[in-house]
Write a protein that binds this ligand. Structure first.
Ligand SMILES: Nc1ncnc2c1ncn2[C@@H]1O[C@H](COP(=O)(O)OP(=O)(O)OP(=O)(O)O)[C@@H](O)[C@H]1O
Ligand SMILES: Nc1nc2c(ncn2[C@@H]2O[C@H](COP(=O)(O)O)[C@@H](O)[C@H]2O)c(=O)[nH]1
Length: 215
């Protein structure tokens, strides 16, 4: 008789930060380092207008408010929140299907969404990214060159409220030197993968021993 152990689900990582602290850049860089298909970033839905260069389906799924609200009613979101006066949400089906295929998923979301995901999926690992200072945060938003002065002012006004939730997260990284932060981020992700792989192999060994001793 042959025994097969179920393939392990992928790991779910929540990454939050005040706007401009660098979470999207860190996730993108990590995915470039591990471009073997074992990791994916979730493409959120939003009612925010696309920025120049943003592509529908690649950076976000851009929806109108009525469509977004219909999806809320139909329970299609794993989590959703209103952030900076726009709706943002994560598709339930895509996340569940991707994790089932054994692929690690990164959610680039705010603290409200992080709370909802933790409740739905307590084994998710959560990482909060802090900027070195508010002055640096503002400088990053400005040098990104994608938001108007008004939008930047609005995001800076909400930065401290977002940062006040850092203690709800499993890990805290201060993104000063980018490469150093990326390496620390990578260590968190790889340590989680190794822990889960070890658990899975212990589980498989136990099952084998149990069957060997049976009868
Ligand atoms: N450690 C760093 N040092 C200098 N610049 C950085 C660093 N990390 C990110 N940046 C730059 O800061 C800007 C904001 O980064 P990014 O867009 O990744 O932020 P974010 O947290 O994803 O923002 P949002 O929540 O608005 O999507 C980008 O121009 C990025 O290149
Ligand atoms: N709760 C969620 N928050 C999300 C999601 N996708 C993005 N975000 C957060 O919104 C702000 C602004 O993003 P931007 O692209 O307009 O700069 C940022 O903090 C994101 O993390 C989501 O699906 N759910």
């Amino acid at each position: 008789m042959t025994t097969t152990s179920a393939a392990a689900d992928g790991n779910l990582f929540i990454v939050a930060a005040p706007s401009g602290a660098g979470k999207s850049s860190l996730i993108r860089a990590l995915l470039e380092r591990h471009n073997d298909g074992s990791m994916q970033v979730s493409v959120s839905c939003t009612t925010r207008a696309p920025r120049p260069g943003e592509i529908d389906g690649e950076h976000y799924h851009f929806l109108d408010v009525a469509t977004f609200q219909r999806k809320i009613e139909a329970n299609e979101f794993y989590e959703w929140a209103k952030v900076f006066d726009n709706y943002y949400g994560t598709s339930r089906k895509v996340i569940e299907d991707t994790l089932k295929r054994g692929i690690d998923v990164f959610l680039d979301i705010d603290w409200q969404g992080a709370r909802q995901v933790r409740e739905a999926y307590p084994q998710a690992q959560s990482i909060f990214i802090m900027p070195p200072s508010l002055a640096v945060l503002e400088q990053r938003l400005r040098s990104r060159g994608q938001d108007s002065d008004d939008v930047i002012r609005g995001r800076m006004a909400k930065a401290q409220a977002e940062m006040s939730h850092y203690h709800e997260f499993d890990y805290l990284l201060v993104n000063d030197d980018f490469n150093e932060t990326l390496t620390n981020f990578e260590h968190i992700v790889l340590a989680r993968r190794h822990r889960m792989a070890l658990q899975q192999s212990r589980h498989a060994t136990k099952l084998k021993d149990l069957l060997a001793n049976d009868g």
